[in-house]
Design a protein around this ligand. Structure first.
Ligand SMILES: [Zn+2]
Length: 201
């Protein structure tokens, strides 16, 4: 005889285990833990998910996370250096670079990297928006901080070829970040050094 858990438990467990880093057993344990605790916590979670869905969007200028359709906290901060843009693949890369406390410029989040084999070209990324920002003027340097892997390299090269004729200096993080790795997983000082030692592309 085999037992099966109620369907809602199975469903939530399956959804949770589709997240990176959460296996099926951990997912089930989390759900059972929620059921054991106060029901209020489940309601709070429901509300939090609702807020995430309804109130979080992408910054219309840089593509970072923001509330509603407002400028994100970086773009809205008048204390930032407005002549430098650091181009990254994903929002978590912004957090990684911010954690170095060595960068005071602006960002541009592409939403991924170019991957011709997967049919991801510049049109699939927020490249057009980046070019728009540069055409507006006032940008002296673009730091390409895509991940140090094949897709990141292809993207960096494309950006260099596209941006250089526009009269903007294009640099790339030094190779301190382990090759093939993710910016997100680099430690703070490695990333800080990579930023410091950036070179012209
Ligand atoms: Zn922004």
């Amino acid at each position: 005889m085999s037992i099966s858990l109620p369907r809602p438990i199975q469903r939530l467990s399956a959804l949770l285990s589709s997240l990176q880093g959460i296996g099926p057993r951990l997912a089930q344990r989390l759900v059972l833990q929620l059921l054991r605790g106060e029901r209020r916590r489940i309601r709070d979670l429901e509300e939090a998910f609702h807020e995430i869905r309804e109130q979080v969007g992408w910054c219309p200028r840089c593509g970072f996370l923001t509330e509603g359709e407002n400028l994100c906290s970086v773009c809205a901060d008048t204390g930032r250096e407005p002549t430098v843009i650091c181009v990254v693949e994903e929002p978590q890369d912004v957090l990684a670079i911010e954690s170095t406390e060595q960068y005071r410029g602006l960002y541009h989040v592409l939403g991924g990297a170019m991957s011709p084999m997967d049919g991801i070209g510049p049109e699939e990324l927020r490249v057009k928006e980046l070019l728009g920002r540069i055409r507006e003027g006032g940008i002296a340097e673009v730091i390409v901080a895509t991940n140090p892997n094949q897709e990141g390299d292809v993207t960096a090269l494309y950006l260099k070829e596209t941006l250089a004729p526009m009269g903007v200096r294009v640099t790339r993080l030094a190779r301190g970040v382990p090759s093939g790795g993710d910016l997100e997983y680099s430690d703070r000082s490695t990333l800080g050094n990579a930023l410091e030692g950036r070179t012209d592309l």
